[in-house]
Design a binder for this molecule. Structure first.
Ligand code: ZN
Length: 333
């Protein structure tokens, strides 16, 4: 890589860590569902965010007072988050205004520029791209989720694990493989092998009971390990809850789900040995926005109390017009 490109990547990454520190993003992980909340960051820095059905554009950064960012509604949430972080990068690095097409972002990621005389503009894009990558997936965020889930580097050779990590970080599967590679958690050949798998294939198992799925929706697997952190789903997502069940001893999980979550299927996989624990797999569909609790209790039918597992969950719908974080910021002022 030529020196200018390497310097541009470094500059973008450094700026990302500076802004993350300034906004105390790491200390606020619990309130932000284990993700870096880029829309809140934009609002905190007084950059207006507007969601619009843009054609051919992922987003744009407009200078002015106040500066503004446009995000296309015609893209899945993980792409919107990446675009927002890219536009935040333009703002923080005091770049020229930028209209970002899928092509511009692809070239920035690959380091190829679009022709003679365009090198300065291309460097801006490389800086903003490096900013977005580090901002949404800093090393400490990968470490945070790995520790919560008990994942070690070898787990990240499994596409299904990388997909579940991407959901927890609020990033795309592809961006997650690159973050793991950048941080040398996996090798570049592993990264390339992971990218040959398409997220669609990883969602299929959980979606088989959902006849009306939206291709942009995601398929989560949550376990006992997710009960310490709150989880944020999107309308249309399917959620498989996998819990160890001591069926041989007469125990059974009973759930109480909010009305906005519809149970789709309920299966038990038996343990191989006699008396071994089995796994209960209950799949829910997130139908409508809500904030509440998905509660489970494992007990024998004749007992009144048992082992409780509660998940604190939020379901959110798509954004349109001014971002909810921008609206909140305007009210506060
Ligand atoms: Zn750009």
């Amino acid at each position: 890589m030529i020196k200018e490109l390497r310097d541009a990547r470094l500059k973008g990454a450094k700026a990302a860590y500076r802004i993350l520190d300034m906004l105390e993003a790491r200390d606020r992980l619990k309130q932000t569902y284990g993700q870096v909340d880029v829309f809140q960051a934009l609002a905190q820095l007084d950059i207006m965010v507007m969601f619009k059905p843009l054609d051919g554009l992922l987003g744009a950064y407009l200078r002015g007072s106040p500066p503004g960012v446009l995000i296309s509604t015609k893209r899945p949430h993980s792409v919107q988050r990446f675009t927002a972080a890219h536009e935040l990068g333009h703002a923080v690095l005091e770049h020229e205004p930028s209209l970002d097409t899928p092509d511009v972002l692809r070239r920035a990621a690959s380091g190829r520029f679009g022709g003679i005389g365009k090198f300065a503009a291309h460097l801006q894009e490389v800086e903003a791209d490096a900013f977005a990558g580090e901002f949404l997936m800093p090393r400490w965020l990968l470490a945070h989720h790995a520790a919560l889930q008990g994942w070690s580097p070898r787990h990240f050779n499994d596409p299904a694990v990388v997909y579940q990590l991407s959901l927890r970080c609020g990033s795309s599967y592809d961006a997650t493989t690159r973050a793991l590679e950048r941080n040398r958690v996996i090798s570049s050949s592993s990264g390339a092998a992971l990218r040959k798998v398409k997220p669609k294939a990883l969602k299929e198992d959980l979606r088989r009971d959902d006849k009306s799925f939206n291709p942009w929706s995601d398929a989560w697997i949550i376990t006992e390990k997710d009960q310490t952190s709150s989880v944020k789903f999107r309308e249309g997502d399917v959620v498989g809850v996998h819990l160890i069940e001591h069926a041989a001893g007469g125990y059974r999980w009973i759930h109480s789900a909010p009305t906005e979550m519809t149970p789709l299927s309920d299966r038990t996989t038996l343990g191989l040995d006699i008396g071994a624990a089995s796994e209960r797999r209950i799949v829910f569909k997130c139908d409508h926005a809500m904030h509440g609790k998905l509660a489970f209790v494992e007990k024998r039918p004749w007992e009144s109390e048992g082992h409780n597992i509660d998940f604190s969950v939020e379901i959110v719908g798509p954004e349109e017009g001014l971002s909810s974080a921008t609206r909140q910021r305007l009210v506060q002022r």
